[in-house]
Design a protein around this ligand. Structure first.
Ligand code: PFF
Length: 472
């Protein structure tokens, strides 16, 4: 197993896994989901899902990975359940799908950094033109995929862990600096109260489903990313406390990102936060359209510095996530097909880049891909373009994957085997409250709730049948 490499210590693993978790999902997606979901009520749901439903899934994934020291497909085989390796295959497919569009958005973030450094504040108004300029966004996407592959090609401790150890602390310092600055802007408190004072009348099945999908995506769960990272974890590390740190860092940074974005937005709207919930305001464009004009209003050299820092922060957060997304199929090809790591990295990165071309074209360059879901007849619940379609598809597949992984661990591989793995590195686990909590969540609560929400969200978004309104 030595040849597969591994993290040098517990901190290395925690930073790399937190790097996977903290990404565009926290800084780009979380604020607009909060906007669409009516503010603080969404935040509360999201936090509960992270700690009650997702935390046990994370522990399960890491334990399966560490037990087998293998990729998500090999792991199910090694445990003696070959039929279940379909769950691993689904995970790898999901990782490939996510990286194909995620790399495109990461390229936008990097492109915006380049524009901000040059003081091009009007880029926000030109967002549509920017994402349909295929040469530019294509170029940025190539740079991003290349950087990702370069890091992954350097191996687990020499590439992934090293990058996380540099990028994560830098990211935390940058985000805290930006929050401190955002708080000083006029109307900041109006933004904060929209973000933190809950209005429970906004909660419906879409908001609940949205909060759970966001929790899964943000914690990188349901596709075996943490089975893969878990396979590089030391045998005497405490899995439960590692998972707790990763969850806290991810949730903490999403929460802090809100403390930065909503004051920025409130500043721009003159404090009229109602506009944020109106259709067409939030969405994927929230940070790409709105924030550049915030930086323009700040103006001058300070505007350039704050704007450039923000998009650099976004690019760094994205990079530690694209690295983990690429590592999943790479580990599979290396373990199962015995391909040399370097070759596997460049081959897989190239294939995923090509699969991302429709997403690249869906920003207005190609009529067909820009109106994809309308043309193929998927319900309008999902935005029309191909990128949003793939993102929504991957989101529901993560719920399905997560559901199957916990069901597998609790009822097929059996909970006592999972417990034996968790207790390595966690003295006193057998008698702990954590064990009772995991007993209930892994064998009963998580699989049931995940199955129900997967079905509701799938029917609602892809078939156009709103089961909830049929029942009530
Ligand atoms: N967690 C990442 C984010 O919030 O941006 C996205 C992600 C990375 C999802 C890795 C899944 C994954 F395996």
């Amino acid at each position: 197993m030595a040849s597969r490499g591994g993290f040098s210590n517990k901190l290395g693993f925690i930073l790399a896994a937190a790097g996977s978790a903290v990404g565009l999902g926290n800084i780009w997606k979380f604020p607009f989901e909060v906007g669409n979901g009516g503010g603080a009520a969404f935040v509360l749901l999201y936090l509960s899902f992270c700690f009650i439903l997702c935390f046990p899934v994370m522990i399960t994934e890491i334990a399966i990975g560490r037990k087998t020291s293998l990729n998500p497909v090999g792991a199910f085989n090694a445990l003696g359940f070959k039929n279940w390796n379909i769950v691993g295959k689904l995970g790898i497919l999901c990782g490939v799908l996510i990286l194909s569009f995620y790399n495109v958005v990461a390229g936008w973030a990097f492109g915006y950094f380049v524009e901000m450094v040059q003081g091009h504040f009007d880029i926000g108004q030109k967002f549509g033109g920017f994402i349909s300029n295929i040469v530019k966004v294509g170029g940025y996407a190539v740079i991003f995929m290349f950087s990702t592959a370069f890091i992954v090609s350097k191996g687990v401790s020499g590439g992934i862990e090293k990058a996380a150890k540099i990028l994560m602390p830098t990211l935390i310092i940058m985000i805290l600096g930006l929050v401190a600055y955002a708080m000083t802007l006029p109307n900041a408190t109006k933004g904060i109260s929209f973000y933190l004072v809950p209005d429970f009348s906004e909660i419906n099945i879409n908001v609940i489903g949205g909060a759970l999908r966001q929790a899964f995506f943000s914690l990188s769960l349901g596709m075996g990313a943490l089975i893969t990272y878990g396979s590089y974890v030391g045998k005497d590390d405490n899995i439960v406390s590692s998972a707790a740190y990763i969850t806290l860092m991810d949730v903490g940074i999403a929460f802090i990102a809100g403390l930065m974005i909503f004051p920025f937005v409130a500043f721009n709207l003159g404090g009229d936060m109602q506009q944020v919930t109106e259709p067409g305001f939030g969405g994927p464009g929230l940070i790409f359209v709105t924030l550049p004009s915030v930086f323009e209003n700040i103006g001058g050299a300070l505007g350039i510095i704050i704007g450039s820092l923000f998009f650099l922060l976004l690019s760094f957060a994205a990079l530690t996530s694209t690295v983990s997304l690429l590592e999943v199929p790479v580990a599979y090809v290396v373990d199962e097909h015995k391909v040399n790591r370097n070759k596997a990295v460049w081959l897989v990165a190239g294939i995923i880049f090509i699969l991302g071309i429709p997403s690249l074209l869906s920003g207005g360059y190609s009529e067909f891909f820009s109106n994809f879901s309308r043309i193929i007849g998927v319900p309008e619940v999902i935005d029309g373009d191909f990128l949003s379609f793939v993102a929504a598809l991957a989101d529901v597949l993560l719920l399905l994957g997560g559901c199957l992984i916990v069901f597998f661990a609790g009822h097929v591989w059996k909970k006592h085997n999972l417990d034996a793995e968790i207790s390595q590195g966690f003295e006193g686990y057998e008698k702990s409250f954590v064990k009772k909590f995991l007993n209930f969540t892994i064998t009963i609560l998580s699989p049931i709730i995940l199955a129900i929400l997967f079905i509701l969200v799938f029917f609602n978004n892809f078939i156009g049948i709103d089961i909830m309104s049929m029942i009530s």
